[in-house]
Design a protein around this ligand. Structure first.
Ligand SMILES: C[S@@+](CC[C@H](N)C(=O)[O-])C[C@H]1O[C@@H](n2cnc3c(N)ncnc32)[C@H](O)[C@@H]1O
Ligand code: SF4
Length: 625
């Protein structure tokens, strides 16, 4: 018989075991004659969530605000490698075969980049230069036409649902050039009926004739920037030329063409206050565009960002929403912007009714053919996206994701040289991307849509993540859709992170460590945290201009880094120490870099350097003092 003390101990141990089992904590051990308990945290949910909360805490709050989709899927943290046009075209050909065999959804988008602007704005993250004469524009168009022909030949017979001609500023092109481009596109690609055909313009460069040209080529949507209606704010960002009159006139022209009209504003510009932003919103809504998009200033802006204690865009959202309602607009709160639509948004997606005073053909078309969906360069599934021109993003569903090189505008199309960096995609990532994009929608993730697309219930693949999210109060079901429960940006980010797998999170953490110790690279918003990181120099080269010097860092290992420019197997970077504005088009530095880029391309393509040392030697011979 056991002594009473031992009985009590046995009871305690069994109670503890129950407790441990119920709370899913790890094992306990009882020492001989003394009470020693050790608990091992083995709850997979706790560890899984802790890692995600820890990652969120480490990330720059500006990146947290922009969401998981941007951070992990648009600008992937996974390594990328140089891609040759033949490999890219082969992926598109496989997609065409899959579409024909009905193995993949037939939803394709087209993007065409026009890298010219009349003036560069200081905040802008997109790649463009001030056009230096007609020759340069014609050389670029020739390159673009060659690129179009190259890929169109692999996609014959496939229909595109939507098209977006962006930049830059497409309306900087003269009418004759626009006509050539639009005709070329029309001949090269088949257009699905009822799709969205969209172009960008700038209020200072649009004319009625150019707008009509787009309309006559079947375009039905326009998007242009206003950014602010405050002359002081505009002057501070190099956009002081824009007048209120131009904005009013642009909307009038676009309405006459019966376009769906989107106008952009930016929150967070220097000198802007919450009041001046709300005034701009109000003035703009009074002009009755179809849609107003208010972007949060991107953390990748080339401007120096002052520490900022004004209200964030999500804090301002309720006031914007109230204002929008008084004008008959509904406000959608996306991760990177607030979107005000003249049409109410149904939870099932899609547009409900046309606005009372504007006959918008597009809405009728959408209704008649079912919503095909508009262009979105963050590619909310299941679209594939063919991007043409430097810095364009592309996405071959289930196969490949890539970004075209940031080539100077007068480099011809070279099908034998790597023209992009990218990586392959698989169906596991497609599922995760779909779920993440769904959770970041204002109305949440639709499990029915998921099942229709992937042929299995959401729980089959994500049962653990879902139960973990619900148990910890991070996810909830509202009207059959799955939404994130918390309101704070950090907790919402962590809730979405449940659907990012551990190996990807490991890479992101490694990347973050690199970003915190290494220099930042300059550039446009083609990168997430991943691409900003690890811009370590391999070999430096100093260029001189008018007594000043610019250091470029040469490398043959840039996957995952943001490069200023790459060609073939080599790339070069700019250090973050360049003074602000020193690379703006027209400055000595910009001219020097443009010349250097040409020399760099020529050396890489014609002299085929064997390694970095060889490239360094060849470049030194051509550029050294
Ligand atoms: C490619 S630009 C084309 C706009 C057109 N060229 C114009 O200026 O009217 C599209 C939009 O990107 C947005 N954008 C550019 N830089 C940005 C930044 N740093 N942060 C947030 N949005 C930005 C602007 O709102 C702009 O209207
Ligand atoms: S906002 Fe428009 S006009 Fe200004 S630099 Fe960017 S693309 Fe050009």
């Amino acid at each position: 018989m056991r002594p009473p003390r031992a009985l009590a101990a046995a009871r305690l141990v069994s109670q503890l075991d129950e407790f441990i089992h119920a709370s899913r904590l790890g094992g306990a051990s009882l020492g001989e004659g003394k009470w020693v308990f050790s608990f091992v945290m083995t709850d997979p949910h706790s560890q899984y969530i802790e890692r995600r909360l820890e990652f969120t805490r480490l990330l720059d709050p500006a990146l947290v605000e922009r969401g998981v989709l941007q951070h992990f899927f648009v600008s992937p943290v996974r390594p990328v490698k140089p891609l040759h046009p033949r490999d890219i075209r082969a992926a598109w050909q496989r997609l065409r075969a899959d579409i024909r065999a009905e193995r993949t959804p037939e939803l394709l988008s087209l993007y065409v980049h026009i890298p010219f602007c009349a003036h560069r704005c200081r905040y802008c993250i997109y790649y463009s230069v001030a056009a230096e004469g007609l020759d340069q524009v014609e050389t670029y168009l020739k390159r673009l036409h060659d690129e179009i022909d190259y890929y169109a030949s692999g996609l014959s017979g496939v229909e595109f649902c939507n098209c977006y001609i962006g930049g830059g500023t497409p309306t900087v092109l003269q009418e004759a050039h626009l006509e050539q481009l639009l005709t070329h596109l029309e001949r090269a690609f088949v257009r699905k009926r009822g799709g969205e055909w969209s172009f960008e313009c700038n209020p200072a460069t649009v004319t009625e004739a150019k707008a009509e040209l787009f309309r006559d080529h079947g375009f039905n949507r326009v998007s242009f920037g206003v950014q602010s209606l405050s002359p002081k704010v505009l002057a501070g960002v190099g956009r002081g030329y824009q007048t209120r009159r131009q904005v009013v006139e642009t909307i009038r022209i676009m309405r006459r063409c019966n376009f769906w009209i989107n106008v952009d504003l930016i929150h967070g510009l220097p000198g802007q206050t919450s009041t001046s932003l709300l005034e701009s919103v109000e003035e703009l809504l009074a002009l009755e565009p179809t849609q107003v998009t208010i972007y949060g200033l991107s953390p990748y802006t080339p401007m120096t960002l002052e520490p900022d204690d004004r209200e964030s865009l999500s804090q301002l959202a309720p006031r914007v929403n109230a204002l929008a309602r008084t004008f008959g607009y509904a406000c959608l709160d996306w991760a990177t912007c607030l979107e005000l639509n003249r049409n109410s948004f149904r939870p099932s997606g899609g547009l409900e009714r046309s606005p009372p005073r504007i006959t918008n053909l597009l809405i009728a078309e959408h209704k008649r053919y079912g919503m095909l969906g508009g262009y979105n360069d963050t590619t909310v599934e299941p679209f594939s996206l063919l991007g043409l021109g430097p810095t364009a993003r592309s996405y071959v569903y289930g196969q490949l994701q890539y970004t075209s090189n940031r080539d100077p505008v007068d480099v011809p199309w070279m099908p034998d040289v790597a023209q992009a960096v990218g990586r392959s995609l698989d169906m596991d990532e497609e599922r995760r991307r779909f779920v993440v994009a769904g959770l970041e929608r204002p109305d949440g993730l639709d499990p029915v849509e998921y099942e229709a697309l992937f042929g299995e219930p959401l729980e089959d693949h994500f049962g653990q993540e879902l139960s973990c999210g619900v148990e910890r109060g991070l996810l909830e079901t509202v009207q059959d859709r799955i939404q994130r429960k918390p309101q704070e940006p950090e907790a919402r980010f962590a809730a979405t992170l449940l659907f990012v797998d551990d190996p990807t999170l490991d890479l992101a953490l490694k990347d973050l460590a690199g970003a915190q110790s290494g220099p930042n690279a300059s550039g446009e918003d083609l990168s997430g945290g991943g691409d900003r990181a690890r811009a370590g120099a391999d070999l430096a080269l100093v260029l001189y201009t008018h007594g000043q010097e610019v250091v470029v860092h040469l490398t043959d290992h840039w996957p995952g880094r943001q490069s200023y420019h790459h060609k073939g197997d080599f790339a070069f970077f700019l250090p973050s120490t360049l003074p602000e504005g020193s690379c703006e088009s027209g400055t000595q530095n910009a001219k020097l870099l443009a010349t250097f880029t040409r020399v760099f391309d020529r050396v890489v393509v014609r002299e085929s350097p064997t390694d970095l040392q060889d490239l360094h030697r060849l470049l030194l011979a051509r550029t050294g003092r």
